[in-house]
Ligand binder design. Structure first.
Ligand code: ACM
Length: 263
């Protein structure tokens, strides 16, 4: 199976252009599964509720999910991509999953970061695992990484590959994903954006370094910190089936939840 990511620098508010640019990157690689950044179609640095209300789309009937479904069908692949989702009067920072036969599901970011709390409602659905035939995938978005429970939940639910659309601004995540992948014995694909956004008196710079990490904590591929790139690599899903660290330790069977504190 070949999996990978698209790393690029979307322009705020230019939804159709961002979709077209993403499409060029998707066309440039042969992959079974590709992950795109968080909010890849809208950009990230929101300055008012009104502007994100205009940019958010219903799922799956919005133009972005429809365009992604069409691409997935044409390329015969699976895509996971971050978009702003409108549902009645609520807006979610979501990631949609589409495949060769269309829309599969959407995850709504559970752990909102910083000012996202001003614009989005926190996700109201459980972490979900999708069986795409060759493997099972789970989705979390950017800041979810800092809560080990996110990836643990997806892994305990049977995910082999964690798809992780991101707009990272802090320098910690890419290295931390080594531990997240190791402790859960799963692959992770972090698709980060690059560039910076300056809107009004606000500026954010994104850290790039999109990557694929193995269940054995090997960094299989990492892109540059300020380049636009798309890559896919071959992975062996059987490595994510086995949870054995050595002949004595199975990282799932050895858990002792009766001693863990859940307040
Ligand atoms: C983030 O969650 N976009 C940092």
């Amino acid at each position: 199976m070949k999996v990978g990511f698209v790393q690029f620098s979307p322009v705020f508010g230019q939804v159709e252009d961002n979709i077209s640019r993403a499409e060029c990157f998707i066309e440039s690689v042969e992959a079974d599964l590709l992950v795109l950044p968080e909010l890849f179609n809208t950009g990230y640095l929101i300055t008012s509720r009104e502007e994100i209300e205009k940019l958010a789309e219903p799922v799956p009937s919005g133009i972005t999910t429809e365009a992604l479904s069409e691409m997935a069908s044409r390329r015969s692949c699976y895509l996971v991509a971050g978009i702003a989702e409108r549902d009645d009067d609520k807006i979610y920072n979501s990631a949609v999953c589409v495949g060769p036969h269309g829309f599969i599901g959407a995850y709504r970011k559970i752990h909102l970061f910083s000012e996202e709390k001003n614009w989005f409602s926190p996700g109201n659905r459980e972490f979900q695992v999708y069986d795409i035939g060759v493997c099972r995938i789970g989705i979390m978005i950017c800041f979810d990484w800092i809560f080990p429970e996110s990836m643990r939940t997806l892994s305990l639910k049977g995910a082999h590959v964690i798809c992780h659309p991101s707009n990272l601004v802090l320098p910690f995540c890419q290295d931390a994903m080594k531990t997240r992948s190791l402790e859960n014995r799963v692959y992770s694909i972090t698709a980060n954006r690059t560039g910076s956004e300056e809107r009004g008196d606000k500026k954010l710079s994104y850290t790039g370094k999109s990557q694929v990490m193995s269940p054995e904590a090997e960094l299989i591929i990492r892109s540059g910190d300020d380049t636009e790139e798309a890559h896919a690599v071959a992975i062996d899903i059987s490595k994510a089936e086995k949870k054995l660290l050595n002949e004595y330790n199975d990282l799932f069977k050895d858990r002792r939840p009766e001693f863990y504190f859940i307040p």
